[in-house]
Ligand binder design. Sequence first.
Ligand SMILES: Nc1ncnc2c1ncn2[C@@H]1O[C@H](COP(=O)(O)OP(=O)(O)OP(=O)(O)O)[C@@H](O)[C@H]1O
Ligand SMILES: [Mg+2]
Length: 323
Amino acid sequence: MSTELAIETTGLVKVFGDNRAVDGIDLAVPTGTVYGVLGPNGAGKTTVVRMLATLLRPDGGTARVFGKDVVKEADAVRSRVSLTGQYASVDEDLTGVENLVLLARLLGHSKPAARDRAAQLLEGFGLSEAAAKQVKNYSGGMRRRIDIAASILNTPDVLFLDEPTTGLDPRSRNQVWDIVRAVVAHGTTVLLTTQYLDEADQLASRIAVIDHGKVIAEGTKGELKASVGAGTVHLRLRDGGQRAEAQQVLALALNAEVQLDADPVALTARVDGQSTEQGAAEQAGRALAELARCGITVDNFSLGQPSLDEVFLALTDKKGVAA
Ligand SMILES: Nc1ncnc2c1ncn2[C@@H]1O[C@H](COP(=O)(O)OP(=O)(O)OP(=O)(O)O)[C@@H](O)[C@H]1O
Ligand SMILES: [Mg+2]
């Protein structure tokens, strides 16, 4: 029996008209982890989440949450899950504290208990000062935080977070990431959808990459990155006259093809597709040391991770070759 799986789907399908928005998705989410569902606009992420949260009926396949079928045992599923939607669901005209107290009362908390829980969450989410402000005056980051707070008034066994940081600035994203980590530390299993590889990277232990309603890759983040290459090294030299020599040194040290950029002092290399992220960083470090040893001065250096675009290109290329 798959008792340790919080979520399990087999051949899950949702059709809108002639659009197979979710086209046979298999997922297995271990309990107590963050599972990332990564995909571009229209991939089917929200549709999957809505089916798992019993808000939308599947047209095919099965989905279970802690072994309970989302259609046949919807009530049992509903009692254990919570959803923070892609678009904020709190009441804009109410203040932060009013929203949380109201929702806690609707969940059956006594008035004092509702007030306590609201205060605790506002404090934990850095919203104490904004508690008495109407939510319509919140920044995007504050909105996302109050929305997540609202969905964990009762600690759920599974929390669905649908694109929790889309449109947030880096600081607000970090705050939301910290909240997600805290929620998981309390034992909640989180299924997180995102368009950002770095977000999945920060939070998720396993990731399913979906596109056009299908899983095109699944694995730990290390496995996914290794499958598309660990990254890209960009270098700018102090002296463009040393570029040819730098190219040779780098090609040897990185065991990769090194390209000369349009910028006359810049070079770019793809790091070996087999290496892990750490391996790539170590390799790049050795290459830098080698350049220094040869008397080549580097003004600027970066080791970038593959972007979501690169992951997709690589994955869909592969699929094309295999097909
Ligand atoms: N209620 C609906 N009626 C008709 N089509 C829908 C409905 N909901 C979603 N779709 C379609 O299903 C497909 C998947 O949509 P979905 O919202 O699940 O994508 P997504 O991965 O969440 O995208 P985004 O990153 O933009 O939120 C899209 O083609 C969308 O237009
Ligand atoms: Mg969506």
